[in-house]
Design a protein around this ligand. Sequence first.
Ligand code: GAR
Length: 198
Amino acid sequence: MFGIAVLISGRGSNLESVISAVEEGWLKCRITAVISDNPAAGGLGLAKEMGIKTHVFQGESVSDSILSAVKEHTDLIVCAGFLSILRGALLDVFQNRIINIHPALIPSFCGSGMYGLKVHRAALDYGVRKSGCTVHFVESGIDTGPIILQRTVEVIYTDTAEDLQKRILEEEHIAIVEAVKLISENRVEVKGRKVLIN
Ligand code: GAR
């Protein structure tokens, strides 16, 4: 069975949507591990409740520790709100096999330091009429890898960053599961910067 490891730093609502899709049989995958760089991440509790193996890795060697933990039985690594930057051998061994979800339409409002509410504040301050989320492959640059899919939401004049975050999060929950499904069904081909969905 296609094995996925999910990396989280916080509450884990994207993890929850992946777990639900696996439980419902919509994703024909097995979650091999949930890994966090934050021992207080809410999603760790959920993973444990579901009987999924969990790990907490912190510090300089996070990427190497992840690599040792997922070397076997894992086909895809899913960054679902994971804030540490992945580096080194992990990126080579898992080339085009690590995906990330970002709460904006890349290449806008992304890159170093852009996470959580900061992203939505930046989008509102800029005055964009649409924002959304992006699922992309992870490479050494921050948020620069080939884009697999994006979902959009309309920005309403009275939106606060919290309002926008909430509406985009709903789209994230759909997008992350869809991307995992496409990859697990071997329907995604990377051609340079472009991604072909078969
Ligand atoms: C999500 O909105 C995700 O897009 C964002 O963190 C949140 C995690 O929520 N990731 C980033 O900002 C990465 N740059 P969750 O823990 O409820 O899934």
